[in-house]
Structures are given as C-alpha cells and as structure tokens.
Design a protein around this ligand. Structure first.
Ligand SMILES: Nc1ncnc2c1ncn2[C@@H]1O[C@H](COP(=O)(O)OP(=O)(O)O)[C@@H](O)[C@H]1O
Ligand SMILES: [Mg+2]
Length: 581
C-alpha cells in the first residue's frame, strides 16, 4: 500500500472523554471515530486491524470444524419472547418497532435465532454435532459505554453455537472450542489467561473467560502461580481463614467507640488487628405469595470480616437471595436494628433478620461487632455462646491476594484482565425453551444440547493496545498490525536514488507476501516516523541518501531503541526473519 493513496489521519490530541490509553491512541492513530456514545466508525486504518483479527478467528474456527453463517441484526421479538429474554434482559436489549408497530430487537447475541434455525434444519442425529458461527455487528445498550471500542454499545462479535446429541457430545464441542480459542489468542500474540467463570445470566454450568492481561482491565482474575487454578473474581472460591473455630478465650464486653463506625477505625482505636472485626451489610428481599404479589420484606444481615469485601454475585447464590436482592433502606434498618447504619451488628436486634455469615466469619472467635447502639461496639463475641450460630454459612466474599488456593496447591495471586472471549456450556436451556429437537437413533425426539462461544473482535484491538504501547504510540503484534512493515524514504522527492531504492524494497517485500506500507507522502522524517510509530507498525525500513552511499538502509523494530544498518540486498530476508506471524 502507498500512503499517498491510502488514508492516514493521525491527530495530535486525544479527546477528553478518552480514559484509557488504547482509546486515546486509537483516536490519535485515526483508527476509529466517535459518532455517538459507544458508537464508532472504524476508519480504514482501524478496519485493517479488525479484518486481521477476523481472519485469524475465521481460520481457526474453520479449522476447528465450525461453519460460518450470518444471522440478522434486526430480529423479531417473538423469538425472544419464546425464551423469556425479551422481558428479562432489561435495558441492555435495544427494542425497536417497525412501521406496523411490531416489536423487534437489535441483536446483542443470537441464541434465539440460531436455535430457531437448528430446530428447523436439523432433523436427525446424523446431522449432529454442528457448530455455527458468525462475525456480526452486535448492539448492547450498556449503561456506561467507555474505553472506545473496548466497551462500546455497537461492536463486532464472533459468536458461535454448538449443537450436540447429548451432554457428552456438548462437552466435547466445548473442549474443541476451548482449544480453538487458545490457538486464536496465541496467534494474536497477546498475553492472556483462560479463567473459570460464573455462568451468570446466560445460565448453564461450565464457562471460561479468555482474559487479556492488562493493568487497566476491568476484571480481577484470580490464579494460583503454583497450580493451574484460575477463575474470575465472581467465581474464585474463598476458603475460611482457619479450618476450625478456636474456642472462646475472652468475655464479651461492650466498648465505647465514639465516631468510629468503620472496622478500620475501630481496630485502630482498640489496638487490635482488623482481622478481629466483623462488617455488617443489610440486604432486603421481597416475600411473595403464590400469585407472586409482594406480601412483605425479608431483611438479611450479611457478615464479612472487617478486611474482606462482599461479593454480590456469590451472595446472589445463597438460598433466598437467588431471586434478587437490594440493599435495605434506612427505615428498614432502623426498624430491625434500632439504629441507623454505622454501628450495626448481629446482637441485640429489635426484630429478627436472617443472618448469613461468610465462611471466614463463621470460623472466627472473640470477634468485634457493632453493638446496635450508637458509638458502641461489642468485643469478645463468640458464636454459640453469645449469639446463635448464623442461619447460613456461605462463601460470600472476594478472595484476596495470598488467600489459600481452593485446590490446596498454593496461594492465590490476582491480576487485572480484559475479557476478550467467553465459552459457555449451555445444556438444554434454549433447546428446551424453543423445543429444538432431533430424532435420535431410535426415532425418538431428543433435545439438542448446546454451547455458545463469543469473542469480542473490536475489543481485542483495544486490549492489544493496552498491552502494547509506549510514549510514542501503539506497538502492534505482527499478526494484527494494520501494516507489518513501513518503508520510510527520507527525501524521496529530491533523491532519485532514495526513490528507486524505496520502490524496489517496497516491491520486493510485497512480492514476498509482506503487508507493507510505503510512506511516499513526502512528509518530513520527523512527522513520518511519528505517524508510523503512533500507528504501531511493528517493523520499519528507513531509506536515506547517507546509507545508500554504502548500499545500506536501516531496520528498526518498534520496540528497538535504535536502528540497525542493513545491506539493501538483505532487506527481505532480514524482515522475514523478524516476523513472528
Ligand atoms: N460492550 C462491549 N463492547 C465490546 N465488546 C464486548 C462488549 N460486551 C461484550 N463484548 C465482547 O463479547 C464477548 C462475548 O460477550 P459475553 O460474554 O456474552 O458478554 P458479557 O461478558 O459482557 O456478558 C466478550 O467476551 C467480550 O469480548
Ligand atoms: Mg462474558
């Protein structure tokens, strides 16, 4: 490609709304342009990267036996009503009406449509297994679109859906996709980790996220450096701090703690470790009668150790909280505890509540709680002796760095990640709701067993930049760079020797199948280098009169501190040698 006829539109300033480096750099490199919140045009330079990402995904999906199709972006609501997701999905699902006032949605994912296709086209067990995928525009009306195309509203996703005869087959399809994802992310040249994930709203029982490691990542991922345990924060199991509760050693006593309502302040005031304190969180659920009408409120007291944090996803798995919960209102708290929030605890309540203790709290003795009396705490508290055992003991907290690994093979470490891919075992959730059956060997109708597999195509571009950048701009891995090599002639317009050499090298690299950009715009060297560096082209050949006198040009990798002289005749071989993809 010749830069003079291509479209390079770099800019000096990043927009004010760009919070992360990848967003800033993509705008500055002229890769994307914002149209509306979370909605971007992919400019030519950005689209080249996206196309390379897509090509790798396509190759590996095809290699893994998946079959490409395309499903509509605009989908009739009726299908989404069959699975109940038209109502359930909430405002992330963009609903539109056509001219006949009929409801449609803009696809955020396509389980309904693919299951509808499968139930019509798949008749016999002989047609299974099948895995269908698409690379398609996706719309989710996310609450806070940010980070450019990393968390957009409109984005490109690769979504795949497998259909099998039975659970064993579906497990196999899952494993095949898992392996394909590993190949895909290996080929991108990114540092990533596959972590076990919560199955969340889509449901199902087995799920892994593929996370690109980056400090700016929104997800906390948990792993054990001495074993293969890896899970996201929602799922990572927190073990109790001690295996068995120690017996009570202190007598219970109320202590004045004026103005000290946080666990940290109380621990400091009393000169005890924060690990002695217990934090109270009050939740509420609605109680319903058989018809589903609200007939009252159940108040819950959740207890985690003072230095621990509640994990709401885990709390949501507790029996009774599964149907959804909210934080209790101040009047509800006063009604049950007798005071406003600040000094709440599980002793001397005004009205009974359901007490859920985190496993660690249940294993504590001689601990400190709020006294349900303003400016007071109670120390030396013990389960069984001073208050009844908790109604529920459960894992409801986030794990922390150095916690024991649940596999017993070391301690946990935490790093930040960007979720770029997700594989789910779905089971019969959708085939049951939509009656997607096939005829088995005995001629009986049986439900297809499904899996679904997503990759955030456009998000990967952002994630790659989060992982590869410096003060000058982007550093793309070879596999997904918009161009692999930039040929930068200095003074091409004035020097026929430079022009001839640059043209020759450009032609040779092209013939060798290298994706090369010849910067023939006639920019001054400084501006030309700055553009190529900002755009993140990983390899550069600089052609100038000075070097040509000795038959030399310069090679520099985007990560190299300095350029290396290179004989003109060696350019193609040298570049080939340097390519990683
Ligand atoms: N708002 C978004 N912008 C860009 N990519 C997204 C967005 N939401 C999801 N993705 C990508 O699509 C993939 C599949 O999404 P999925 O797992 O269904 O979504 P989520 O994890 O948000 O529930 C994710 O792994 C992610 O890479
Ligand atoms: Mg996900």
């Amino acid at each position: 490609m010749r830069a003079s006829t291509y479209f390079i539109s770099t800019v000096k300033e990043a927009p004010n709304d760009a919070e992360v480096i990848s967003h800033k750099l993509m705008i500055r490199a002229g890769m994307i342009k914002r149209l509306s919140a979370g909605i971007y045009s992919y400019l030519p330079m950005g689209l080249r990267v996206i196309r390379k990402v897509e090509a790798i995904i396509r190759e590996e999906m095809d290699r893994a036996g998946a079959i490409e199709l395309t499903m509509p972006v605009v989908q009739p609501a009726e299908l989404w009503m069959e699975t109940g997701r038209f109502e359930k999905m909430g405002p992330e699902l963009l609903r539109v009406k056509d001219r006949h006032e009929r409801d449609f949605i803009i696809q955020p994912t396509s389980e309904e449509v693919i299951t509808d296709i499968a139930r019509q086209v798949v008749r016999s067990y002989r047609q299974l297994p099948k895995n269908f995928y698409q690379l398609q525009t996706t719309f989710r009306d996310v609450r806070r679109p940010r980070f450019g195309i990393m968390r957009g509203r409109e984005f490109t996703m690769k979504d795949a859906y497998s259909f099998d005869r039975d659970a064993a087959g579906a497990e196999k399809s899952y494993d095949i996709m898992f392996a394909a994802y590993q190949r895909i992310f290996d080929r991108f040249g990114l540092t990533y980790r596959a972590v076990a994930a919560d199955t969340g709203a889509i449901g199902g029982s087995r799920s892994h996220e593929f996370q690109v490691i980056a400090d700016t990542g929104e997800d906390a991922i948990v792993y054990c450096p001495t074993s293969d345990y890896a899970a996201n924060m929602e799922l990572a199991e927190a073990l109790p701090a001690v295996a068995a509760r120690a017996s009570a050693a202190e007598t219970m006593n109320k202590v004045p703690t004026p103005g000290k309502s946080t666990c940290a302040d109380v621990a400091t005031l009393l000169g005890v470790p924060l690990e002695k304190t217990v934090k109270s969180l009050v939740l509420a659920t609605e109680l319903r009668d058989e018809e589903g009408n609200v007939k009252g409120t159940q108040v819950w007291l959740l207890l985690v150790r003072g230095d621990h944090d509640l994990n709401e996803i885990k709390a949501g798995k507790v029996e009774g909280l599964k149907g959804g919960f909210r934080f209790a209102t101040v009047p509800e708290i006063i009604e049950h505890f007798g005071i406003k929030p600040g000094y709440l605890g599980p002793l001397n309540m005004k009205k009974p509540v359901k007490v859920v203790a985190d496993r660690t709290v249940a294993s504590m003795s001689d601990f400190i709680i709020g006294a349900n009396e303003w400016d007071h705490h109670i120390a030396g508290v013990n389960w069984g002796r001073d208050l009844p055992e908790p109604d529920v003991v459960a894992d409801i907290r986030n794990v922390r760095e150095s916690d024991p690994s649940p596999d017993g093979k070391g301690t946990l470490a935490i790093q930040r990640g960007i979720e770029v891919g997700h594989v789910f075992y779905l089971g019969t959730k959708y085939s049951e709701a939509m009656k997607a059956t096939y005829l088995d060997e005995t001629g009986k109708a049986a439900l297809m067993v499904m899996g679904c597999y997503g990759i955030g195509v456009t998000r990967i571009v952002g994630a790659a930049i989060e992982q590869g950048h410096d003060a000058k701009g982007i550093i793309f891995p070879d596999a997904i760079a918009p161009f692999t090599v930039a040929v930068c002639p200095i003074g091409m317009d004035k020097s026929p020797a430079v022009r001839d050499a640059a043209e020759a090298i450009y032609g040779q690299l092209k013939d060798a199948g290298v994706d090369v950009l010849l910067d023939d715009r006639g920019e001054r060297p400084g501006a030309m280098f700055a553009d190529m560096e900002l755009i993140g082209i990983p390899h550069r050949i600089t052609v100038g009169d000075r070097g040509l006198k000795d038959g030399k040009v310069e090679y520099q990798h985007r990560r190299d501190a300095a350029a290396t002289p290179l004989a003109v005749a060696d350019v193609v071989a040298h570049v080939r040698n340097k390519l990683t993809a």
